[in-house]
Design a protein around this ligand. Sequence first.
Ligand code: RB5
Length: 156
Amino acid sequence: MKIAIGSDHGGFQLKEEIRSYLAEEMEQDGAKPEVIDMGTFSEESVDYPDYGVKVAKAVVAGDVDFGVVICGTGIGISIAANKVPGIRAALCGDPFSARMAREHNDANVLALGARVVGPGLAREIVAAFFAGAFAGGRHARRVDKLRALEGQASGE
Ligand code: RB5
């Protein structure tokens, strides 16, 4: 499994933590995921849309299976990621929501707020997100309706 991770300056420290958690500690189907760090690479001020969209485009292009995006609150970067058609980014502050985001919403991007959750809780949220699998069934019909909304918005 390939995961792209990105943050702005507000999420930089937590991105570093989560990047090493994903690459060194978490196992998915008995294997460690490959993690692609899309920046930012310091605490110098940057704009969260640039990083949210970078990760989102990598997911939609199929370069990676999932994305993790982090800013101060997680709000701005999740809004940015969700502007990319095909992205279902879920801003999660607890493990239950993270698991449900995968099981019910087939979320392909997890958003975290570094100024909202500490590193320990963030790890649990990440673990729950990647432990979840899309349940399909009635949820597939609902996710199809989300996809249809994207078509309407772009005039397709
Ligand atoms: C940056 O100061 C901050 O606005 C950003 O990280 C994020 O919280 C925006 O939603």
